[in-house]
Design a protein around this ligand. Structure first.
Ligand SMILES: *[C@@H]1O[C@H](CO)[C@@H](O)[C@H](O)[C@H]1NC(C)=O
Length: 186
């Protein structure tokens, strides 16, 4: 009894850890996948109705929330801070006029945005471009009235935004990231 309890407790402790990895993430890891234990939180901030910003840097959270009146909304997903097996750069572009932020794996989309005058904000993270290694779809939407790009792995949120009256357009899947909760079903 005692050892069973110990094992059950250890499992719960594992699942309680944000940075633990799932069986699916680990299964193919040695061959084709990034090391899920290297993944870091992608923090999510907004100025309601105006601007949304994601970053792996805690300094962005303290700067933006402290100085620029952003609200910290939590951790959106997990991403890789450096390039790992099967991942590609997730480019970040920022519009100086509207403060809108684009995140894209497409070098072509990045070039187009640069030609249109968007600022190059570097590489936000590294992610997968197909559903491998326990990755989940990161849906992207755009609202042209307030010029806001939005990214979420929550299919319920995504469907509700598209069905709602907020004027959100579907930009499809931006890439595949790691689930926020490693113990959620894949
Ligand atoms: C997804 O979004 C819905 C609607 O906001 C929410 O009720 C649900 O808890 C979210 N699911 C997850 C896994 O966060």
């Amino acid at each position: 009894m005692k050892s069973l309890f110990t094992v059950a407790f250890a499992f719960l402790a594992f699942c309680a850890s944000l940075f633990a990895s799932t069986a699916a993430e680990n299964a193919l890891a040695p061959l084709t996948c990034g090391d899920p234990s290297d993944a870091v939180p992608w923090y999510f901030m907004e100025v309601a109705g105006q601007n949304i910003y994601y970053s792996t840097a805690i300094t962005d959270v303290t700067n933006l929330v402290g100085d620029l009146a952003y609200t910290f909304l939590g951790i959106a997903v997990r991403v890789f801070p450096t390039q790992e097996r099967s991942t590609v750069p997730f480019f970040h572009l920022q519009n100086d006029q509207t403060s809108d932020n684009i995140y894209t794996t497409s070098a072509t989309a990045r070039e187009l945005a640069l030609e249109e005058g968007w600022g190059d904000a570097g590489i936000a993270a590294y992610i997968y471009t197909s559903q491998i290694c326990g990755g989940v779809p990161l849906y992207s939407l755009y609202q042209s009235v307030d010029t806001i790009h939005f990214y979420t792995i929550n299919a319920t949120t995504y469907d509700a935004m598209l069905a709602g009256t907020g004027g959100w357009a579907d930009l499809g899947i931006a890439g595949y990231v790691l689930n926020l909760n490693p113990c959620a079903p894949d």
